[in-house]
Design a protein around this ligand. Structure first.
Ligand code: PLP
Length: 433
C-alpha cells in the first residue's frame, strides 16, 4: 500500500517507494540511514544537487518579498530570470514564455509553430520523450505514448540516428547520420512540406538512451527546415543548462533552433518551471497578434528567483565547462574500462554528464538484455541490476536495457569514480547470480 498519494507511471499496489528523509549535494538518504549517490540527479534535473544553499536562500528571500503575482504583471524577478536565460541561449532566441514544466513547454512551442506557419503537422522522432500532456505525449516516440495516444492528430514520427542499432544498415556513425537525414528528407516529401509546421528534436536524445547524433545530422535537419519554411523546435528539457557540457546540446554543433523548450536544469527543479525560447522572427509574429495561450503560474516569482540563482551558480562555478571535462576525463574513460571487463555491456555512450550503459545478452548479436519497454516497466534482469546498484549505494536510472547516468553537475570527480565503481560491483554481483 502506498497511502493517499497516487504515484505517476505506476500500478499503485505494486510499488514500495523509498521514503526519503533528506539529501545534500550528490547524496540522498532514507529514514533508516541508507545513503545513495544520486547518479541520475532525480529526474536528470537536479543540476546543483540537493539543498544547494544559494537556491535555498534565493527562495527564502523571494518568499519574503513576493510569493506570487499574476503573469500579466511586469515584475523585476521575472525580467531578470528571462534575461539570464536569454544571455546563455544561442543565436536570436531572445524572448521567453514561462511554463510550469517541460511538457507544457512542448505544447506551447508546437502551438506557436502551428500558429506562425499556419500548418498542421509536426514531425518528431521515435525513441524520444516530450512529456505527458496530450499533445506532447502524442509526439513522444516511446512506449509511454501507447496506452494514451488519443491526440496524435498531426504527429508524424521519423527514425533518428542510432549508430549502435542502425535502422539504416549503416556501418559507421557518419553513414548513419547521412542516411537518417535522407530518411527524414524523404518523409518530409511524403508528408508534404507545406503541411509541416515543425520538426521537433531532442538535440541529444535523453531518456531514450543518450543518442548523440553524428556530426552534421542536426545541421542537416536545420537546412531541411530552412528549405521548406518548417520551424525547428529543439527540446532541451533534458539537455539544457550544461548537461551535455555546453549550455545547450545544440551548441555542440552550433545549431540554433527557431523555438527551444527548457525546464529541469534551468533551476534544478527546486520549484516546477519550464519555458519556451522564441527566435526574433517567431516573437515578431506575435507583436500585433494575440498569442492564444497562457498559464496561471507562468513566470511564478519563486520559480524565477530560483532560475536567477541557479544560472548564477552555474556561471560562477563554471559548471558547464566542468561537466564537459568530467565527461571527457572521468566518466568516459571509467565506463570504457567497465565495458571491457563486463561482457553484459554492449555499448557506452554520452557527452558531458549525460551517459548511457547499454546492456546486452550477447555482444556479437547485440540482443538487448531487456525488451523495448516503457520506463517503469522494468524487466526482471534490469530490476536485478538496479537492485544491485542500490545495494552498492548508487542510484542510476534503469530504462529499457540501459543504465543512465545524469548526475548533478556539482558532483566531484571522486564521487563519480566511486559511483562507477559501485555500478562495476553491481554488474559483478548480478553476473554471479
Ligand atoms: N522533454 C524532454 C526531452 C524530457 O526529457 C521531458 C521529461 O523528462 C519532458 C519534455 C517533459 O518534462 P516534464 O516532465 O517537466 O513535463
Amino acid at each position: 500500500m502506498t497511502g493517499p498519494v497516487f504515484y505517476p507511471w505506476s500500478a499503485q499496489e505494486e510499488i514500495d517507494p523509498v521514503r526519503v528523509a533528506g539529501g545534500a549535494g550528490s547524496w540522498f538518504w532514507d529514514e533508516q540511514g541508507n545513503r545513495w549517490l544520486d547518479l541520475h540527479a532525480q529526474m536528470g534535473n537536479l543540476h546543483l544537487g540537493h539543498q544547494h544553499p544559494a537556491l535555498v536562500a534565493a527562495l527564502r528571500e523571494q518568499a519574503g518579498r513576493m510569493c506570487t503575482i499574476a503573469p500579466s504583471f511586469a515584475v523585476d524577478v521575472r525580467d531578470e530570470a528571462a534575461r539570464a536565460i536569454v544571455e546563455v541561449a544561442p543565436g536570436d532566441l531572445e524572448t521567453v514564455l514561462f511554463t510550469t514544466g517541460g511538457a507544457e513547454a512542448v505544447e506551447h512551442a508546437v502551438r506557436m509553430a502551428r500558429v506562425v506557419t499556419g500548418r498542421p503537422k509536426v514531425l518528431a522522432a521515435y525513441r524520444s520523450y516530450h512529456g505527458a500532456t496530450a499533445g506532447a505525449l502524442a509526439l513522444t516516440g516511446d512506449p509511454r505514448r501507447w496506452p494514451v495516444d488519443t491526440a496524435s492528430g498531426g504527429a508524424v514520427h521519423f527514425t533518428g540516428p542510432y549508430p549502435y542499432r542502425s535502422e539504416f544498415h549503416a556501418e559507421n556513425a557518419a553513414q548513419e547520420g547521412e542516411r537518417a537525414l535522407e530518411h527524414l528528407r524523404r518523409l518530409v516529401g511524403y508528408e508534404g512540406p507545406d503541411t509541416i509546421a515543425a520538426i521537433l528534436v531532442e538535440p541529444v536524445v535523453g531518456s531514450n538512451g543518450v543518442l548523440v547524433p553524428p556530426d552534421g545530422y542536426l545541421a542537416g535537419v536545420r537546412r531541411l527546415c530552412d528549405e521548406h519554411g518548417i520551424l525547428l523546435i529543439a527540446d532541451e528539457v533534458m539537455t539544457g543548462f550544461g548537461r551535455c557540457g555546453r549550455w545547450f546540446a545544440g551548441d555542440l554543433w552550433d545549431v540554433v533552433p527557431d523555438l527551444m523548450t527548457f525546464a529541469k536544469g534551468v533551476n534544478s527543479g527546486y520549484v516546477p518551471v519550464g519555458g519556451v525560447l522564441l527566435s526574433r522572427a517567431v516573437a515578431a509574429h506575435f507583436a500585433h497578434r494575440r498569442y492564444p495561450g497562457g498559464l496561471t503560474y507562468s513566470g511564478h516569482p519563486l520559480a524565477c528567483a530560483s532560475i536567477v540563482a541557479a544560472l548564477r551558480v552555474l556561471r560562477e562555478e563554471n559548471l558547464v565547462d566542468r561537466a564537459a571535462a568530467l565527461g571527457r576525463d572521468v566518466v568516459g574513460p571509467a565506463l570504457a574500462e567497465l565495458a571491457e571487463r563486463h561482457p553484459v555491456v554492449g555499448d557506452v555512450r554520452g557527452v558531458g554528464l549525460a551517459w548511457a550503459v547499454e546492456l546486452v545478452r550477447d555482444r556479437a548479436t547485440r540482443e538487448p538484455l531487456a525488451p523495448y519497454a516503457a520506463p517503469g516497466t522494468l524487466a526482471p534482469e534490469m530490476a536485478a541490476v538496479l537492485a544491485a546498484c542500490k545495494r552498492q549505494g548508487v542510484w542510476p536510472l534503469a530504462a529499457g536495457n540501459r543504465l543512465h547516468l545524469f548526475p548533478p553537475l556539482t558532483i566531484t570527480a571522486e564521487e563519480l569514480t566511486a559511483g562507477i565503481a559501485g555500478i562495476d560491483r553491481a554488474l559483478t554481483e548480478v553476473s554471479e547470480l
